[in-house]
Design a protein around this ligand. Sequence first.
Ligand code: COA
Length: 382
Amino acid sequence: MREVAIVGAGMTRFGEIWQSSLRDLFVEAATEAMRNASADHLDAMYVGNMSGGQFVGQEHLGPLMADHLGMAGIPAARVESACASGGVALRLAFMEVASGMSDLVLAAGVEKMNDGADVTAVLASAADQEAEAYHGITFPGLYAMIARAHMEAYGTTEEDMAAVSVKNHRHGALNPKAQFRREVTLEEVMNSSLVAAPLRLLHCSPVSDGAAAVLLCPLERAKEFTDRPVKIIGSGLATGSMALADRNEPAFLDSVSLSAGRAYKMAGIKPSDIDVVEVHDCFSIAEICCLEALCLVERGKGGEAARSGLTALGGKVPVNTSGGLKSKGHPVGATGVAQAIEIFEQLRGESGDRQVADASIGLAQNMGGSGASSAVHIFQRV
Ligand code: COA
Protein backbone atom coordinates (compact mmCIF):
# COMPACT_ATOMS: atom_id res chain seq x y z
CA MET A 1 0.00 0.00 0.00
CA ARG A 2 1.30 3.48 -0.85
CA GLU A 3 1.28 6.30 1.70
CA VAL A 4 -1.45 8.85 0.91
CA ALA A 5 -1.63 12.59 1.55
CA ILE A 6 -4.25 15.31 1.30
CA VAL A 7 -2.76 18.20 -0.66
CA GLY A 8 -5.70 20.55 -1.19
CA ALA A 9 -9.12 21.37 0.25
CA GLY A 10 -12.10 23.52 -0.63
CA MET A 11 -15.57 24.02 0.76
CA THR A 12 -18.54 26.31 0.37
CA ARG A 13 -20.12 28.18 3.22
CA PHE A 14 -22.73 25.94 4.89
CA GLY A 15 -26.30 27.21 5.38
CA GLU A 16 -29.44 28.03 3.43
CA ILE A 17 -27.86 28.81 0.07
CA TRP A 18 -30.75 29.69 -2.22
CA GLN A 19 -28.65 31.15 -5.03
CA SER A 20 -26.60 28.00 -5.79
CA SER A 21 -27.81 24.68 -7.19
CA LEU A 22 -26.49 21.25 -6.21
CA ARG A 23 -23.99 21.31 -9.09
CA ASP A 24 -22.93 24.92 -8.35
CA LEU A 25 -22.12 23.98 -4.77
CA PHE A 26 -20.09 20.97 -5.89
CA VAL A 27 -18.15 22.90 -8.54
CA GLU A 28 -17.34 25.72 -6.08
CA ALA A 29 -15.85 23.32 -3.52
CA ALA A 30 -14.06 21.10 -6.06
CA THR A 31 -12.55 24.06 -7.92
CA GLU A 32 -11.29 25.56 -4.67
CA ALA A 33 -9.68 22.22 -3.66
CA MET A 34 -7.90 21.93 -7.03
CA ARG A 35 -6.73 25.57 -6.93
CA ASN A 36 -5.58 25.10 -3.36
CA ALA A 37 -3.24 22.37 -4.65
CA SER A 38 -2.49 24.05 -8.02
CA ALA A 39 -3.80 20.90 -9.74
CA ASP A 40 -5.08 21.12 -13.31
CA HIS A 41 -6.45 17.58 -13.75
CA LEU A 42 -7.92 14.63 -11.83
CA ASP A 43 -7.44 10.90 -12.33
CA ALA A 44 -10.68 9.97 -10.56
CA MET A 45 -13.39 11.36 -8.32
CA TYR A 46 -15.86 10.16 -5.67
CA VAL A 47 -18.92 12.27 -4.77
CA GLY A 48 -20.53 11.62 -1.38
CA ASN A 49 -24.25 12.36 -1.48
CA MET A 50 -27.06 10.99 0.61
CA SER A 51 -30.13 11.73 -1.44
CA GLY A 52 -29.85 14.05 -4.44
CA GLY A 53 -32.78 12.15 -5.93
CA GLN A 54 -35.17 12.88 -3.08
CA PHE A 55 -33.89 16.35 -2.15
CA VAL A 56 -33.65 17.88 -5.65
CA GLY A 57 -34.62 15.11 -8.10
CA GLN A 58 -31.04 14.61 -9.30
CA GLU A 59 -29.35 11.20 -9.33
CA HIS A 60 -26.30 9.99 -11.30
CA LEU A 61 -23.99 12.54 -9.72
CA GLY A 62 -20.66 11.00 -10.81
CA PRO A 63 -20.86 11.96 -14.48
CA LEU A 64 -22.90 15.12 -13.88
CA MET A 65 -20.37 16.59 -11.47
CA ALA A 66 -17.36 15.49 -13.55
CA ASP A 67 -18.87 17.20 -16.59
CA HIS A 68 -19.65 20.43 -14.76
CA LEU A 69 -16.16 20.50 -13.33
CA GLY A 70 -14.85 20.35 -16.91
CA MET A 71 -13.52 16.82 -16.35
CA ALA A 72 -15.94 14.68 -18.39
CA GLY A 73 -14.30 11.35 -19.16
CA ILE A 74 -12.62 10.68 -15.82
CA PRO A 75 -13.78 7.75 -13.65
CA ALA A 76 -16.34 9.26 -11.25
CA ALA A 77 -19.07 7.81 -9.06
CA ARG A 78 -21.50 8.88 -6.38
CA VAL A 79 -21.11 7.22 -2.96
CA GLU A 80 -24.00 6.76 -0.52
CA SER A 81 -23.98 5.82 3.13
CA ALA A 82 -26.60 8.28 4.46
CA CYS A 83 -24.91 11.01 6.57
CA ALA A 84 -21.60 9.07 6.33
CA SER A 85 -21.52 9.37 2.51
CA GLY A 86 -18.68 11.94 2.61
CA GLY A 87 -16.55 9.84 4.95
CA VAL A 88 -17.02 6.79 2.75
CA ALA A 89 -16.14 8.82 -0.39
CA LEU A 90 -12.92 9.82 1.38
CA ARG A 91 -12.17 6.20 2.22
CA LEU A 92 -12.67 5.07 -1.40
CA ALA A 93 -10.41 7.86 -2.67
CA PHE A 94 -7.81 6.88 -0.07
CA MET A 95 -7.99 3.22 -1.16
CA GLU A 96 -7.71 4.15 -4.83
CA VAL A 97 -4.54 6.17 -4.26
CA ALA A 98 -3.10 3.69 -1.72
CA SER A 99 -3.61 0.79 -4.14
CA GLY A 100 -1.62 2.52 -6.88
CA MET A 101 -4.58 2.59 -9.24
CA SER A 102 -4.74 6.40 -9.50
CA ASP A 103 -2.59 9.33 -8.40
CA LEU A 104 -4.79 12.45 -8.17
CA VAL A 105 -8.19 11.62 -6.71
CA LEU A 106 -10.85 14.05 -5.50
CA ALA A 107 -13.05 13.04 -2.53
CA ALA A 108 -16.04 15.33 -2.37
CA GLY A 109 -19.43 15.57 -0.73
CA VAL A 110 -22.46 17.67 -1.55
CA GLU A 111 -26.07 18.05 -0.43
CA LYS A 112 -28.83 20.57 -1.08
CA MET A 113 -31.50 20.04 1.56
CA ASN A 114 -33.25 23.45 1.45
CA ASP A 115 -35.01 23.11 -1.89
CA GLY A 116 -38.57 22.26 -0.93
CA ALA A 117 -38.32 18.55 -0.13
CA ASP A 118 -39.92 17.06 2.99
CA VAL A 119 -36.54 16.94 4.72
CA THR A 120 -37.62 14.95 7.77
CA ALA A 121 -39.15 12.23 5.56
CA VAL A 122 -36.11 12.10 3.27
CA LEU A 123 -33.75 11.78 6.23
CA ALA A 124 -35.96 9.06 7.73
CA SER A 125 -35.31 6.94 4.63
CA ALA A 126 -31.88 6.26 6.19
CA ALA A 127 -33.58 4.56 9.16
CA ASP A 128 -34.95 1.01 9.12
CA GLN A 129 -38.20 1.41 7.16
CA GLU A 130 -39.99 -1.68 8.47
CA ALA A 131 -38.94 -1.41 12.11
CA GLU A 132 -38.82 2.37 12.47
CA ALA A 133 -39.80 4.84 9.73
CA TYR A 134 -43.16 3.22 8.77
CA HIS A 135 -44.22 3.68 12.38
CA GLY A 136 -43.57 7.41 12.26
CA ILE A 137 -40.21 7.73 14.00
CA THR A 138 -37.94 10.55 12.82
CA PHE A 139 -34.21 11.13 13.35
CA PRO A 140 -34.76 13.53 16.24
CA GLY A 141 -36.99 10.78 17.71
CA LEU A 142 -34.33 8.07 17.29
CA TYR A 143 -31.64 10.19 18.92
CA ALA A 144 -34.07 11.13 21.69
CA MET A 145 -34.37 7.41 22.47
CA ILE A 146 -30.56 7.09 22.47
CA ALA A 147 -30.43 10.09 24.83
CA ARG A 148 -32.96 8.49 27.18
CA ALA A 149 -30.97 5.23 27.18
CA HIS A 150 -27.75 7.13 28.00
CA MET A 151 -29.45 9.10 30.76
CA GLU A 152 -30.81 5.92 32.31
CA ALA A 153 -27.57 3.96 32.01
CA TYR A 154 -25.11 6.64 33.14
CA GLY A 155 -27.05 9.48 34.76
CA THR A 156 -26.33 11.86 31.88
CA THR A 157 -28.37 15.05 32.23
CA GLU A 158 -30.03 17.55 29.91
CA GLU A 159 -27.40 20.07 31.08
CA ASP A 160 -24.62 17.72 29.91
CA MET A 161 -26.16 17.62 26.45
CA ALA A 162 -26.77 21.36 26.44
CA ALA A 163 -23.08 21.94 27.28
CA VAL A 164 -22.17 20.23 23.98
CA SER A 165 -24.34 22.71 22.04
CA VAL A 166 -22.93 25.71 23.95
CA LYS A 167 -19.36 24.58 23.20
CA ASN A 168 -20.00 23.86 19.52
CA HIS A 169 -21.77 27.18 18.96
CA ARG A 170 -18.82 28.92 20.65
CA HIS A 171 -16.45 27.18 18.23
CA GLY A 172 -18.73 27.78 15.23
CA ALA A 173 -18.86 31.50 15.99
CA LEU A 174 -15.16 31.52 15.03
CA ASN A 175 -15.69 29.70 11.72
CA PRO A 176 -16.44 31.95 8.71
CA LYS A 177 -18.01 29.00 6.84
CA ALA A 178 -20.42 28.01 9.65
CA GLN A 179 -24.20 28.21 9.25
CA PHE A 180 -24.67 29.67 12.75
CA ARG A 181 -21.95 32.09 13.79
CA ARG A 182 -23.49 32.95 17.12
CA GLU A 183 -22.92 31.77 20.67
CA VAL A 184 -25.78 30.35 22.74
CA THR A 185 -26.07 30.10 26.52
CA LEU A 186 -26.94 27.03 28.56
CA GLU A 187 -30.27 28.68 29.45
CA GLU A 188 -31.09 29.31 25.79
CA VAL A 189 -30.47 25.66 24.95
CA MET A 190 -32.48 24.43 27.97
CA ASN A 191 -35.39 26.72 27.07
CA SER A 192 -35.41 26.20 23.30
CA SER A 193 -38.48 24.49 21.87
CA LEU A 194 -38.88 20.78 22.41
CA VAL A 195 -38.38 18.74 19.21
CA ALA A 196 -38.41 15.16 20.58
CA ALA A 197 -38.09 14.98 24.36
CA PRO A 198 -35.50 15.35 25.80
CA LEU A 199 -34.00 16.91 22.65
CA ARG A 200 -34.70 20.58 21.98
CA LEU A 201 -34.09 22.75 18.93
CA LEU A 202 -30.62 23.74 20.13
CA HIS A 203 -29.61 20.09 20.53
CA CYS A 204 -30.20 19.48 16.81
CA SER A 205 -28.00 20.04 13.78
CA PRO A 206 -29.79 22.18 11.20
CA VAL A 207 -31.01 21.58 7.65
CA SER A 208 -28.15 22.74 5.42
CA ASP A 209 -26.83 23.17 1.90
CA GLY A 210 -23.14 22.88 1.12
CA ALA A 211 -20.24 21.04 -0.45
CA ALA A 212 -16.68 20.09 0.50
CA ALA A 213 -13.78 18.51 -1.39
CA VAL A 214 -10.25 17.28 -0.70
CA LEU A 215 -7.56 16.28 -3.16
CA LEU A 216 -5.51 13.14 -2.46
CA CYS A 217 -2.27 11.91 -4.00
CA PRO A 218 0.57 9.55 -3.12
CA LEU A 219 2.75 11.08 -0.37
CA GLU A 220 5.80 10.73 -2.63
CA ARG A 221 4.21 13.21 -5.11
CA ALA A 222 2.72 15.58 -2.53
CA LYS A 223 5.52 18.15 -2.84
CA GLU A 224 4.38 18.84 -6.44
CA PHE A 225 1.16 20.30 -5.05
CA THR A 226 1.89 21.75 -1.61
CA ASP A 227 4.68 22.25 0.91
CA ARG A 228 2.27 21.27 3.74
CA PRO A 229 0.71 17.88 2.92
CA VAL A 230 -1.25 15.99 5.58
CA LYS A 231 -0.92 12.20 5.67
CA ILE A 232 -3.90 9.88 6.09
CA ILE A 233 -2.52 7.29 8.49
CA GLY A 234 -5.68 5.36 9.36
CA SER A 235 -9.04 4.57 7.79
CA GLY A 236 -11.77 2.45 9.37
CA LEU A 237 -15.29 1.72 8.18
CA ALA A 238 -17.88 -0.34 10.05
CA THR A 239 -21.56 -1.16 10.14
CA GLY A 240 -23.95 -1.98 12.96
CA SER A 241 -27.61 -2.92 13.36
CA MET A 242 -29.80 -0.28 11.76
CA ALA A 243 -32.84 -0.59 14.02
CA LEU A 244 -32.27 0.60 17.58
CA ALA A 245 -34.40 -2.31 18.80
CA ASP A 246 -31.84 -4.76 17.38
CA ARG A 247 -28.94 -3.29 19.35
CA ASN A 248 -27.65 -4.78 22.61
CA GLU A 249 -26.99 -1.38 24.12
CA PRO A 250 -28.69 1.55 22.33
CA ALA A 251 -26.51 4.09 24.14
CA PHE A 252 -23.31 2.52 22.76
CA LEU A 253 -22.46 2.96 19.06
CA ASP A 254 -20.91 -0.34 17.96
CA SER A 255 -20.12 0.86 14.42
CA VAL A 256 -18.19 3.85 15.78
CA SER A 257 -16.23 1.64 18.14
CA LEU A 258 -15.40 -0.89 15.39
CA SER A 259 -14.45 1.75 12.79
CA ALA A 260 -12.27 3.55 15.34
CA GLY A 261 -10.53 0.32 16.36
CA ARG A 262 -9.70 -0.37 12.70
CA ALA A 263 -8.41 3.17 12.12
CA TYR A 264 -6.32 3.20 15.33
CA LYS A 265 -4.80 -0.18 14.37
CA MET A 266 -3.89 0.96 10.85
CA ALA A 267 -2.40 4.21 12.21
CA GLY A 268 -0.54 2.41 15.01
CA ILE A 269 -1.62 5.02 17.57
CA LYS A 270 -3.63 5.21 20.80
CA PRO A 271 -6.62 7.49 21.43
CA SER A 272 -4.45 9.51 23.82
CA ASP A 273 -2.13 10.44 20.91
CA ILE A 274 -4.87 12.52 19.24
CA ASP A 275 -4.62 16.33 19.44
CA VAL A 276 -7.84 17.44 17.70
CA VAL A 277 -11.09 15.67 16.85
CA GLU A 278 -14.19 16.17 14.71
CA VAL A 279 -17.10 13.88 15.62
CA HIS A 280 -20.59 13.45 14.22
CA ASP A 281 -22.70 15.61 16.57
CA CYS A 282 -25.91 15.51 14.50
CA PHE A 283 -27.59 15.80 17.93
CA SER A 284 -25.73 16.76 21.10
CA ILE A 285 -26.17 13.25 22.55
CA ALA A 286 -24.34 11.86 19.48
CA GLU A 287 -21.15 13.73 20.41
CA ILE A 288 -21.35 12.22 23.91
CA CYS A 289 -21.81 8.67 22.58
CA CYS A 290 -19.15 9.05 19.87
CA LEU A 291 -16.48 10.22 22.33
CA GLU A 292 -17.08 7.08 24.38
CA ALA A 293 -17.03 4.75 21.35
CA LEU A 294 -13.81 6.39 20.13
CA CYS A 295 -12.28 5.66 23.60
CA LEU A 296 -11.48 9.36 24.02
CA VAL A 297 -13.36 9.24 27.33
CA GLU A 298 -14.42 6.26 29.46
CA ARG A 299 -17.78 4.67 28.76
CA GLY A 300 -20.47 6.62 30.61
CA LYS A 301 -18.22 9.69 31.02
CA GLY A 302 -19.14 11.43 27.75
CA GLY A 303 -21.72 13.55 29.54
CA GLU A 304 -19.10 15.31 31.64
CA ALA A 305 -16.72 16.01 28.76
CA ALA A 306 -18.14 19.28 27.44
CA ARG A 307 -19.28 20.51 30.87
CA SER A 308 -15.77 20.08 32.35
CA GLY A 309 -14.09 21.95 29.47
CA LEU A 310 -12.14 18.84 28.39
CA THR A 311 -13.43 19.06 24.80
CA ALA A 312 -13.42 22.86 24.37
CA LEU A 313 -10.79 24.84 22.50
CA GLY A 314 -7.98 25.14 25.05
CA GLY A 315 -9.07 21.86 26.72
CA LYS A 316 -7.12 18.58 26.70
CA VAL A 317 -8.93 17.10 23.65
CA PRO A 318 -10.61 19.86 21.59
CA VAL A 319 -13.65 18.36 19.84
CA ASN A 320 -15.53 19.91 16.93
CA THR A 321 -13.41 23.03 16.63
CA SER A 322 -15.26 23.75 13.36
CA GLY A 323 -18.50 24.20 15.32
CA GLY A 324 -19.45 20.62 14.53
CA LEU A 325 -22.61 19.67 12.72
CA LYS A 326 -24.55 21.63 15.34
CA SER A 327 -23.20 25.05 14.47
CA LYS A 328 -21.23 24.70 11.23
CA GLY A 329 -24.22 22.92 9.66
CA HIS A 330 -24.93 19.43 8.31
CA PRO A 331 -25.46 19.14 4.54
CA VAL A 332 -25.52 15.40 5.06
CA GLY A 333 -23.46 14.10 2.10
CA ALA A 334 -20.82 16.84 2.54
CA THR A 335 -20.29 16.48 6.28
CA GLY A 336 -17.64 13.73 6.31
CA VAL A 337 -15.42 15.63 3.88
CA ALA A 338 -15.90 18.94 5.74
CA GLN A 339 -14.76 17.21 8.95
CA ALA A 340 -11.58 16.07 7.16
CA ILE A 341 -11.02 19.66 5.98
CA GLU A 342 -11.19 20.99 9.55
CA ILE A 343 -8.53 18.49 10.62
CA PHE A 344 -6.42 19.18 7.48
CA GLU A 345 -6.43 22.90 8.25
CA GLN A 346 -5.76 22.38 11.96
CA LEU A 347 -2.73 20.20 11.17
CA ARG A 348 -1.45 22.83 8.69
CA GLY A 349 -1.87 25.59 11.28
CA GLU A 350 -4.48 27.39 9.14
CA SER A 351 -7.41 27.52 11.59
CA GLY A 352 -7.02 31.14 12.71
CA ASP A 353 -8.88 31.96 15.92
CA ARG A 354 -9.79 28.32 16.49
CA GLN A 355 -6.29 26.92 15.98
CA VAL A 356 -5.25 24.12 18.35
CA ALA A 357 -1.61 24.79 19.27
CA ASP A 358 0.92 22.27 17.89
CA ALA A 359 -1.70 19.84 16.60
CA SER A 360 0.08 16.98 14.88
CA ILE A 361 -2.47 14.10 14.86
CA GLY A 362 -6.21 14.54 14.25
CA LEU A 363 -9.24 12.28 13.87
CA ALA A 364 -12.53 12.68 11.99
CA GLN A 365 -15.54 10.43 12.65
CA ASN A 366 -18.57 10.48 10.35
CA MET A 367 -21.74 8.49 11.08
CA GLY A 368 -24.64 7.28 8.96
CA GLY A 369 -28.21 7.40 10.27
CA SER A 370 -28.55 6.62 13.96
CA GLY A 371 -25.18 4.85 13.86
CA ALA A 372 -25.66 1.98 11.40
CA SER A 373 -22.48 3.04 9.60
CA SER A 374 -19.39 4.92 10.68
CA ALA A 375 -16.17 6.00 8.96
CA VAL A 376 -13.13 7.11 10.94
CA HIS A 377 -9.99 8.69 9.48
CA ILE A 378 -6.78 9.62 11.27
CA PHE A 379 -4.47 12.28 9.87
CA GLN A 380 -0.91 13.34 10.66
CA ARG A 381 1.06 16.48 9.95
CA VAL A 382 4.06 15.70 7.73
N1 COA B 1 -30.21 24.97 15.58
C1 COA B 1 -30.36 26.29 15.80
N2 COA B 1 -31.30 27.06 15.20
C2 COA B 1 -32.09 26.44 14.31
C3 COA B 1 -32.00 25.08 14.01
C4 COA B 1 -31.01 24.33 14.69
N3 COA B 1 -30.86 23.02 14.47
N4 COA B 1 -32.92 24.74 13.09
C5 COA B 1 -33.58 25.87 12.80
N5 COA B 1 -33.08 26.89 13.54
C6 COA B 1 -33.55 28.28 13.55
C7 COA B 1 -33.72 28.86 12.18
O1 COA B 1 -32.53 29.54 11.78
C8 COA B 1 -34.88 29.82 12.37
O2 COA B 1 -34.39 30.98 12.99
P1 COA B 1 -34.99 32.43 12.63
O3 COA B 1 -36.44 32.34 13.04
O4 COA B 1 -34.18 33.35 13.45
O5 COA B 1 -34.81 32.58 11.16
C9 COA B 1 -35.75 29.11 13.39
O6 COA B 1 -34.87 28.22 14.11
C10 COA B 1 -36.88 28.30 12.78
O7 COA B 1 -36.35 27.56 11.70
P2 COA B 1 -37.15 26.42 10.96
O8 COA B 1 -36.39 26.07 9.72
O9 COA B 1 -38.59 26.81 10.84
O10 COA B 1 -37.02 25.23 12.00
P3 COA B 1 -37.78 23.86 11.93
O11 COA B 1 -38.61 23.78 13.16
O12 COA B 1 -38.41 23.64 10.60
O13 COA B 1 -36.57 22.81 12.03
C11 COA B 1 -35.44 21.14 13.23
C12 COA B 1 -35.91 22.58 13.21
C13 COA B 1 -34.67 20.87 14.51
C14 COA B 1 -36.65 20.19 13.19
C15 COA B 1 -34.56 20.88 11.99
O14 COA B 1 -33.44 21.73 12.07
C16 COA B 1 -34.09 19.45 11.91
O15 COA B 1 -34.82 18.58 11.45
N6 COA B 1 -32.85 19.15 12.34
C17 COA B 1 -32.34 17.82 12.34
C18 COA B 1 -31.76 17.47 11.00
C19 COA B 1 -31.37 16.02 10.95
O16 COA B 1 -32.08 15.15 11.45
N7 COA B 1 -30.24 15.69 10.30
C20 COA B 1 -29.78 14.35 10.15
C21 COA B 1 -29.24 13.87 11.41
S1 COA B 1 -28.96 12.14 11.44
